[in-house]
Design a protein around this ligand. Structure first.
Ligand code: KG4
Ligand code: ZN
Length: 370
C-alpha cells in the first residue's frame, strides 16, 4: 500500500511499512514530547521533557518561555524518541503532530519540526487535535475498549466529558464553564501555600487527611447539566482561609489543618468529576469509561471510580500515569487511526489556539507575577 500526501499542489507518495510506525510530536503547552508508536498502540518510545521547573515561580506557563524551551529541546527529543525505538525516519509511515489547541508559539515549534521531517523524508503529515488525543488514550491503553465509551479529559487547560462512538467519532457531552479541574487544583494549591503544579502537591498534602473536615461546595449546575464549574470552589477555599472580616495576610495553613484542607479540597474536585461521570453514564449507557489528562493521574479519583457502584461496573480504562499527562504517544496513536482513514494534512497546516469543538481557550492558568 502507498499513501499520498499533498504538498503545494503536487501529490507525493510514501510507502507504509509492514508495521505502521508513527512518530508523534507534542509541544502545545509545557511538555516537549515525542514518541514512536507501532500499529496505533505499541509504544516503542515515549520521551517527555517537562518544563515545570522553568514555570514554577510564576505558578503557570509563560508562553514565550515555553516556546523558547521547545525550540531548544525539540530536535534532541525527536532524535531520542527515534533512537529509543530503534527506528530511522525513513521507516516511518507518517508524522503526527499536535496542531490545536494550545499556545500558538508552542504549537509552531512541534509543527515546524514535523513538517521538516515530512518534507525531507516524503512522509504524510497528520495534524492532531490535542484534546481528541487525550480522549484517544483509552484506545492506546486498551485497543479492545468496548464502545461506546465515556471519556473524561481533565487537565490544567481542559475539563470535558466525551462520548466515544468509534476511534475518531466523539461527541462532547459537557465542558467546564470556567476553570478546568487541574486549574482549580493549581489555584487551590497556591492559596494553601503548596508548590506548583497543584494537583500532585494537593494529593501529597492530603495524605491521611479528613475529606469531610471542611464543608466546601460541589457545583452541579442543576439536575441535568454535564458541564463543570470549579471557580466557586476556589473562592470558597479563599474565604475559608481568609474570612472576609479577617486579616488579608494570614499565613498559609500548616500541620493537621493543611492536611484536612487539602484533603477536603481534593475530595470536592473528585466528587464533582465522579458525579458528572455517573450522570453521563446513566444518560448514555456506555460500555466503557476511560480517563485522560494530567488530573487523571490523581489516585483518589482512580480509587473513587473503582469503588463507585455504577461506574466500577463499566469496562474501566485507567491508563498508565505516563500516558495521562501530555505525551507524544497519544498523538501518534490518534495519528495512526486518522492515517488509516485516509486523513492527511497539507504542509502548510496552521497552528490553531482553540479546540476542534470550540470552547474554552487552552493552556494552563495564566502565569502570575512572581
Ligand atoms: O495534561 P497536563 O499534563 O497538561 C495540560 O494542562 O494540558 O495536566 C496538567 C494538570 C495540572 O493542572 C496538574 O496540577 C494536574 O494536571 N495534575 C494532577 C496530578 N498530576 C498532575 N491533578 C491531580 N492529581 C495529580 N496526581
Ligand atoms: Zn493535555
Amino acid at each position: 500500500m502507498r499513501l499520498s500526501v499533498a504538498r503545494g499542489g503536487t501529490t507525493l507518495f510514501a510507502p507504509v511499512t509492514a508495521r505502521s510506525l508513527i512518530l508523534g510530536i507534542e509541544t502545545s503547552c509545557d511538555e516537549t514530547a515525542a514518541a514512536v508508536v507501532a500499529d496505533g498502540h505499541v509504544v516503542l518510545s515515549n520521551v517527555v521533557h517537562s518544563q515545570i521547573e522553568l514555570h514554577a515561580r510564576w505558578r503557570g506557563v509563560v508562553p514565550e518561555v515555553a516556546s523558547r524551551s521547545h525550540t531548544e529541546r525539540i530536535v534532541p527529543i525527536v532524535a531520542q524518541a527515534l533512537e529509543q525505538a530503534n527506528v530511522r525516519p525513513e521507516d516511518l509511515a507518517g508524522v503526527a503532530v499536535t496542531h490545536r489547541p494550545g499556545m500558538v508559539g508552542c504549537l509552531l515549534v512541534g509543527l515546524s519540526a514535523a513538517k521538516a521531517l515530512c518534507w525531507r523524508y516524503d512522509l504524510p503529515l497528520i495534524g492532531v487535535d490535542h484534546v481528541q488525543a487525550h480522549v484517544h488514550t483509552g484506545f492506546l491503553a486498551d485497543p479492545q475498549m468496548p464502545l461506546p465509551a465515556l471519556a473524561l479529559v481533565a487537565s490544567g487547560g481542559h475539563t470535558a466529558l466525551w462520548l466515544v462512538k468509534a476511534p475518531t467519532v466523539t461527541e462532547r457531552l459537557g465542558t467546564t464553564r470556567d476553570d478546568a479541574a487541574g486549574e482549580a487544583l493549581d489555584k487551590g494549591a497556591a492559596l494553601l501555600g503548596l508548590p506548583y503544579p497543584g494537583g500532585p502537591s494537593i494529593q501529597n498534602a492530603a495524605k491521611g487527611g479528613d475529606p469531610r473536615a471542611f464543608d466546601l461546595p460541589r457545583t452541579m449546575l442543576g439536575a441535568d447539566s454535564l458541564d463543570f464549574s470549579f471557580s466557586g470552589l476556589k473562592t470558597a477555599l479563599l474565604y475559608t482561609l481568609r474570612p472576609q472580616q479577617g486579616p488579608t495576610d494570614a499565613p498559609p495553613p500548616t500541620g493537621d489543618r493543611l492536611r484536612d484542607l487539602a484533603c477536603s479540597y481534593q475530595e470536592a474536585v473528585v466528587d464533582v468529576l465522579v458525579a458528572k461521570l455517573a450522570r453521563a453514564a446513566e444518560r448514555c449507557a456506555p460500555k466503557s469509561l476511560c480517563i485522560g489528562g494530567g488530573v487523571a493521574k490523581n489516585l483518589r479519583l482512580r480509587e473513587r471510580l473503582q469503588q463507585h457502584p455504577i461506574l466500577s461496573r463499566l469496562h474501566l480504562v485507567l491508563p498508565d500515569l505516563s500516558l495521562c499527562a501530555d505525551n507524544g504517544a497519544m498523538i501518534a496513536s490518534l495519528g495512526f487511526e486518522l492515517l488509516q482513514q485516509g486523513h492527511r494534512s497539507p504542509l502548510d497546516l496552521d497552528a490553531i489556539a482553540t479546540p476542534r469543538s470550540g470552547g474554552k481557550a487552552p493552556g494552563r492558568p495564566k502565569a502570575e507575577r512572581p
